[in-house]
Each structure stands twice: as structure tokens, then as C-alpha cells.
Design a protein around this ligand. Structure first.
Ligand SMILES: [Cu+2]
Length: 109
């Protein structure tokens, strides 16, 4: 029961968090991620970027190899590229973390 309350609490927190972001001006950054190949890559990159406070939406385009991120000004492009690199993918200005890359599913390497 306590667990359920905690989950409900977290969902409420997440929802109110989102509302707040919608009222702030959103910036869109388009980041080249040449290593994005499949749905697992999309999931990994999205999760890495969504962990950052202020990121509200991520779209990983596998054809164009561009990851578009909607975020508030509390997140910089530098933060986004660092998060993507830390998850195992090269970006224009940051080299991927090699340990994270090694831990990616085989289809993503
Ligand atoms: Cu993949």
C-alpha cells in the first residue's frame, strides 16, 4: 500500500512538473547522433536526455541521425551532448563514453 501511494505521488509530481515546463519558453536543439541505428538506440538516447531536469521532449530520427530535444533554458546544448555521449553515442562535439558503448545491446554497436 505504501508503495502504491509512493507511485501515485511520483506520477502526480511528474505531471505537475510537466505543466510547469509547458508554461516556460521551450528551446529546441537538434543534435547529430550518427550512431543512432535502431529502436534500442532511440530508447537509450531518449532515456539519457529525459533524465535531465528541464527536458520535456526528445525525438531521435534514425534516418536523419538527428536527435531533437525540447527543453527549458536551464538545460544547455552542452548538457544534452554530454548526456548523449555518456549513454554511449558520439555527438558533434563529445566523444562517446567507451564503457557505456560496450554495455549497449549488440544491435546498437
Ligand atoms: Cu540500437
Amino acid at each position: 500500500m505504501k508503495k502504491l501511494l509512493l507511485i501515485v505521488g511520483l506520477i502526480t509530481l511528474a505531471l505537475t512538473g510537466c505543466k510547469k515546463e509547458e508554461t516556460a519558453a521551450l528551446l529546441i536543439d537538434e543534435i547529430a547522433v550518427p550512431g543512432a541505428k535502431c529502436e534500442m538506440c532511440q530508447a537509450t538516447i531518449s532515456a539519457a536526455v529525459l533524465k535531465l531536469d528541464g527536458v520535456s521532449k526528445v525525438d531521435v530520427d534514425l534516418d536523419k541521425k538527428i536527435t531533437s530535444v525540447a527543453h527549458t533554458e536551464q538545460v544547455s546544448r552542452e548538457d544534452l551532448e554530454k548526456a548523449i555521449a555518456a549513454s554511449g553515442y558520439d555527438t558533434g562535439s563529445h566523444a562517446k563514453d567507451s564503457t557505456a558503448y560496450e554495455n549497449l545491446p549488440e544491435c546498437c554497436k
